[in-house]
Every structure is written in structure tokens, then in C-alpha cells.
Design a binder for this molecule. Structure first.
Ligand SMILES: [Zn+2]
Length: 58
């Protein structure tokens, strides 16, 4: 159960916080999330509204 104490923030190395696990604070979580999103955006093509759900009713 007590696994939060053994975890540390991957960004700054501080003890992780329960609210922001596995980071020490929401700030570090946001930073990491931002990085992850940036990389994801670079890799994937920013196309989301190009998927036709319904077939053309002709
Ligand atoms: Zn941190």
C-alpha cells in the first residue's frame, strides 16, 4: 500500500505527491505532460476532422 513514499518525481527527484503522482507537484506533471504532448504532436499528424464517420448518402 505504501508505495507513494518510494516514488520520486521523475523531473526533479523530489518525493512524489499523492495528488500529482507520480510527480511531486502538479507543476511538474504539467511540464512532463507538455513535453509528451509536444512530442506526440510532432510525430502524429494534426488531423482530426478528416475522418468521415457517415457514408455519403447519395
Ligand atoms: Zn517534481
Amino acid at each position: 500500500m505504501a508505495s507513494t513514499q518510494t516514488k520520486t518525481c521523475p523531473l526533479c527527484g523530489k518525493p512524489a505527491d499523492e495528488a500529482a503522482h507520480p510527480f511531486c507537484s502538479t507543476r511538474c506533471a504539467q511540464i512532463d505532460l507538455g513535453r509528451w504532448l509536444n512530442e506526440s504532436y510532432v510525430i502524429e499528424t494534426p488531423v482530426e476532422e478528416e475522418t468521415p464517420k457517415e457514408p455519403p448518402a447519395n
